[in-house]
Design a protein around this ligand. Structure first.
Ligand code: 5AD
Ligand code: SF4
Length: 487
């Protein structure tokens, strides 16, 4: 902790969320003064990098800022307060942040009211925070993944006259704060956190270090959030966690429900979410192959509300590399799991993450990865070049030459492209239920929707359809998406 004057407002409540409510009110008063002086509300923009978790955290930041009185703008270059919610899973995510900061520096020099905040996974790495403190003094607020709920408190410190850089990053979660404002991006579908952190320690991955130990929210909190969303008209829910299949192993806090029912697991939760009236489609992300149970496959099979889509990151097809990655399954285990899923869910879409260039990988290992891609018949595969993350076990292993890795990456990518395009084209001619999400940016008069298997469909239609389910005939497959027409 650094630079923080904890006693800046003597009578602030100690308990959460009352403390943050208090600071949101204090910030609101300052924003009212700004509006009187300037004749308009200050604007903000939250730029989000990375995964669905970050996207959902950003909705919480937006909720807090709107409650304070800021007005959201889409354009980073027009915002008085820009917040970067960062990702650090690969090095290129870090580089993106520095690019943005560089271009904002000038604008900030010409605008004394402008604020810049950085939060999220990248800020959990002490060397990066040091770098920001040293090289990016013009950044106003720095906070991490464990205290982003405190944004109003930190912002108040800054707005009420402290012109120093405010840095507060915790090394582990202190408390879980529920019931703060959230502004969801859509009003018909939403992510809901079911757990935070990860205990798997895959040897390449930084997530367990920056997101902390795995902790599940109680079923009570999750179900009441989903009920509340259903009451507001939400129809699709995405249950979010780094490894949803180990939901319930470690809880955030003891609650009566847990004491009464210690065996409550992810399939039970999924079942209970599906029972909520008004919710029509339920998704979940991400599944670790080592923990995907028969019970889960059965719950999906028995429950038409659960989307026919499983994101099942394989990372590599080589048992040797999987062992070095600490994934705790072999090529054969993974193939057997795919068979088991397809036997009970014949129409399921499988998607995956693949990594190329892990230390020690050979041409043979790459061939194993290609075998798996062909075997699993993924609808989509996100393919990444392995990126060294400081502090992870793999960072200490002997790294492969980048040229070799690039060459192999292109080879894998080519197989991924052709096989995924073939697989995802299998629905041409069929009529599918589509949840309409938005206006298509590229084709005039077209809307974009999503099938339950997560594949996008673009079809002629109008704005009034957003948020509703329509039957769409799939006319043409174009790699990752379809062109269709309302049936
Ligand atoms: N380098 C490259 N890709 C990574 N991923 C996680 N860590 C790394 C890394 N160090 C990928 C994995 C994971 C996805 C979210 O990001 O494939 O499933
Ligand atoms: Fe990272 Fe592995 Fe945890 Fe996924 S399961 S977040 S890859 S450590």
């Amino acid at each position: 902790m650094d630079n923080i004057n904890q006693d800046i407002v003597i009578n602030a409540p100690v308990d959460e969320p009352a403390r943050q409510e208090f600071y949101m009110d204090r910030c609101h008063e300052l924003i009212e003064e700004f509006i009187i002086k300037n004749g308009k509300a200050p604007t903000f923009h939250v730029a989000t990098f990375g995964c669905q978790m970050n996207a959902h955290d950003s909705e919480k930041l937006v909720g807090i800022l709107e409650r304070i009185g800021y007005r959201e703008v889409d354009d980073e270059d027009k915002a008085d307060f820009v917040i970067f919610n960062t990702c650090t899973v690969r090095e290129n995510a870090n580089q993106k942040l520095y690019g943005h900061l560089g271009s904002l520096k000038k604008r900030k020099q010409g605008n004394k009211d402008m604020l810049i905040g950085i939060c999220g996974c990248m800020m959990q790495q002490p060397e990066i925070v040091e770098h920001i403190k040293e090289k990016y003094r013009f950044v106003d607020l720095v906070f991490g993944t464990f205290n982003f709920y405190k944004m109003a408190e930190l912002l108040y410190t800054r707005l009420s006259g402290n012109d120093k850089q405010i840095v507060e990053v915790l090394s582990a979660p202190e408390k879980n704060v529920e019931r703060l404002p959230e502004k969801r991006k859509y009003n018909f579908k939403s992510g809901v956190n079911i757990m935070y952190g990860c205990n798997n320690f895959c040897t390449y991955c930084i997530v367990p270090y920056v997101r902390g130990r795995e902790r599940s929210r109680t079923p009570e909190d999750i179900l009441s959030e989903v009920k509340c969303l259903a009451d507001q008209g939400y129809v699709e829910i995405m249950l979010l966690g780094q490894n949803v299949n180990s939901y319930g192993v470690n809880y955030l806090e003891e609650s009566d429900i847990i004491k009464q029912n210690p065996d409550y697991d992810f399939p039970d939760l999924l079942n209970d979410v599906c029972k909520i009236d008004g919710i029509k489609r339920v998704r979940f992300m991400t599944s670790h192959p080592k923990d995907l149970s028969d019970k889960l496959i059965d719950v999906i099979a028995e429950n038409p509300k659960v989307a026919r889509h499983i994101h099942l990151p394989v990372q590599s097809g080589s048992s040797k590399i999987l062992k070095a990655m600490n994934r705790r399954y072999t090529k054969e285990d993974y193939m057997a799991l795919v068979d088991k899923i397809r036997a009970k869910l014949p129409d399921v879409s499988l998607t995956t993450d693949i990594m190329v260039g892990f230390p020690g990988e050979t041409d043979e290992d790459i061939q194993d990865t290609i075998d798996i891609v062909r075997y699993a018949k993924y609808d989509q595969a996100f393919t990444f070049i392995y990126s060294v993350r400081t502090g992870t076990p793999a960072a200490k292993m002997e790294q492969l030459p980048p040229e070799l890795v690039n060459e192999r990456f292109n080879k894998v990518l080519e197989v991924v492209r052709t096989t995924c395009a073939e697989t995802s084209a299998r629905f041409v001619g069929q009529t599918k239920e589509v949840l309409v999400e938005c206006i298509n940016d590229h084709m005039d008069g077209y809307m974009t929707g999503r099938m339950d298997n997560n594949i996008l469909v673009h079809f002629p239609g109008d704005e009034s359809l957003i948020g509703s389910f329509v039957q769409v005939k799939l006319l043409e497959a174009r790699g990752f998406y379809y062109i269709g027409e309302i049936a």
